[in-house]
Design a protein around this ligand. Structure first.
Ligand SMILES: [Zn+2]
Length: 142
C-alpha cells in the first residue's frame, strides 16, 4: 500500500467527499468535486489543476460506488503529484494559464502507465483501509 494512502486521515464511516475536505484542509488547496455527464467526453473522471484549487469532475450518471472509485483515482493522481503532458493552454491557446494550468484525463495518454497504476492502487488501498475500518468498528460494537 502506498505511503500516501496509509497516511490519510480517513473519515469513519468512510465518505469520499469528507476525505476530499480533509485533504483540502491539509494541503491548504481546495479539492472541488463536480459531477458532470462525462460519457460523451470519453473519460469518466478528470482532474483540472487550477491555480488555487484542484477540480475533480466525475461521471454523474453512474453508481455511487463507481463515483467513489473515480474520485479516489483522481485524488491518487493529485496526491502523487502526477503531471500530464498536456496543459489546457495546448488545447485552448486563448485560455489564461493562470486560470487552469493542467488538464488531465483519466485513461488518456496524458499519464504514463506507471502513473495510472499508481492512481488505481491508491484508490484500492484507500477502499481497503476504509472497509477494514468498518469491520473494526463492528467488532468493537459487538
Ligand atoms: Zn488516471
Amino acid at each position: 500500500m502506498s505511503r500516501i494512502a496509509r497516511g490519510l486521515d480517513l473519515p469513519s464511516p468512510f465518505d469520499v467527499a469528507e476525505l476530499c475536505r480533509r485533504v483540502s484542509v491539509r494541503r491548504r488547496r481546495q479539492v472541488v468535486l463536480t459531477p458532470l455527464p462525462m460519457a460523451a467526453l470519453g473519460p469518466c473522471g478528470l482532474w483540472l489543476a487550477g491555480e488555487h484549487a484542484d477540480v475533480i469532475c466525475f461521471e454523474q450518471n453512474t453508481s455511487a460506488l463507481h463515483q467513489e472509485h473515480i474520485i479516489l483515482h483522481e485524488l491518487g493522481h493529485i496526491l502523487h503529484e502526477h503531471t500530464g503532458a498536456e496543459t489546457l493552454q495546448d488545447l485552448f491557446p486563448n485560455l489564461s494559464d493562470a486560470t487552469l494550468r493542467i488538464m488531465l484525463a483519466r485513461q488518456h495518454d496524458a499519464f504514463s502507465q506507471r502513473h495510472e497504476r499508481e492512481a488505481e492502487q491508491f484508490a484500492y488501498a484507500v477502499l481497503a483501509r476504509a472497509s477494514r475500518g468498518d469491520g473494526f468498528r463492528r467488532v468493537l460494537a459487538d
